[in-house]
Write a protein that binds this ligand. Structure first.
Ligand code: CAA
Length: 260
């Protein structure tokens, strides 16, 4: 797929989606948001062997420094609600994507950038990365799900601390808060991301998808996550991959999963 603001590079079964606006520290404008939504709803379909996705930012300085502040000029209440709703739709498509999506946070992840990382299933950071929700500095609040997902990940007290002070935290603190799962040297970030996803890609694909779906169900007020788990467990048990996994265990050999 060719996009104006995203670079999509396939490495085996892993797609690396790079937000590519380095002069603006990869700030997300409307076109970038709509390209992200397109990739996660339509664009991925042209890669039938795809098993997982990495999202990262171009250059070493920023993952994404937020929504594009320069595009805010003239924004009124109605326009801002639409901007926010468009962002929610795109980020929800990422959160509910059937394949694992990992944010490789290679620098500043601020505002809509941290919100993008939080919509991903996995987050790892370079040791120089900094994260925060600085919207109150601009007279705004996070508009792409940040007030909700940040509280889910790090708890209400710490989320309100970061949201109200607009303080940035370093990668190590983000790890100690549980906001990212791993911190590595900048030059090891993509290798680590690919190695984590290669490990996941070797697991049973339906079980991987169902795990994402059921964990997401816990956070969806319209769903009963426990009930979803029971149904998904039953579904997984009906797959060829389950038969293969159990058989391979008994035969003391690695399983060969087909995603069936
Ligand atoms: N939007 C548009 N352009 C941005 C940007 C953004 N979010 N962040 C950085 N840039 C641009 C700068 O304007 C600058 O461009 P020029 O060279 O043309 O002036 C370029 O990127 C480099 O940035 P700086 O010179 O500021 O770099 P720095 O190293 O001095 O500072 C920074 C880095 C701390 C990240 C600083 O750029 C910054 O504070 N950026 C804004 C962060 C922010 O407030 N993000 C939240 C946006 S609002 C939002 O996201 C709302 C939402 O939830 C929907």
């Amino acid at each position: 797929m060719t996009y104006e603001n995203l670079l999509c590079e396939l490495d085996g079964h892993i797609m690396v989606v790079t937000i590519n606006r380095p002069k603006a520290l990869n700030a997300i404008n409307m076109a970038t948001m709509s390209e992200l939504e397109h990739f996660f709803t339509e664009g991925y379909k042209v890669y039938p062997g795809l098993k997982s996705v990495i999202i990262t930012g171009a250059g070493e300085k920023a993952f994404v420094a937020g929504a594009d502040i320069k595009a805010f000029e003239g924004l009124d209440a109605k326009g801002a609600e639409k901007l926010s709703a468009d962002g929610h739709r795109a980020y929800d498509a990422i959160e509910n994507f059937h394949l694992p999506v990992l944010a490789a946070i290679n620098g500043f992840a601020l505002g809509g950038g941290l919100e993008l990382a939080m919509a991903c299933h996995l987050r790892i950071a370079a040791d120089h990365a900094k994260m925060g929700q600085p919207e109150v500095n601009l007279g705004l609040i996070p508009g792409y799900g940040g007030t909700q997902r940040l509280a889910r990940y790090i708890g209400k007290s710490m989320a309100l601390d970061l949201l109200l002070t607009a303080d940035m935290i370093k990668a190590d603190e983000a790890k100690s808060l549980g906001l990212v799962s791993r911190v590595v040297a900048g030059d090891e970030l993509l290798l680590t991301a690919k190695s984590m996803l290669s490990k996941i890609n070797a697991k049973a694909p339906i079980a991987v998808s169902k795990t994402i779906e059921v964990v997401n169900a816990y956070y969806d007020p319209a769903k009963d996550g426990f009930k979803a788990e029971i149904e998904a467990f039953g579904y997984c048990a009906s797959t060829e991959d389950f038969k293969e996994g159990a058989k391979a265990f008994v035969e003391k050999r690695p399983p060969v999963f087909k995603g069936q």
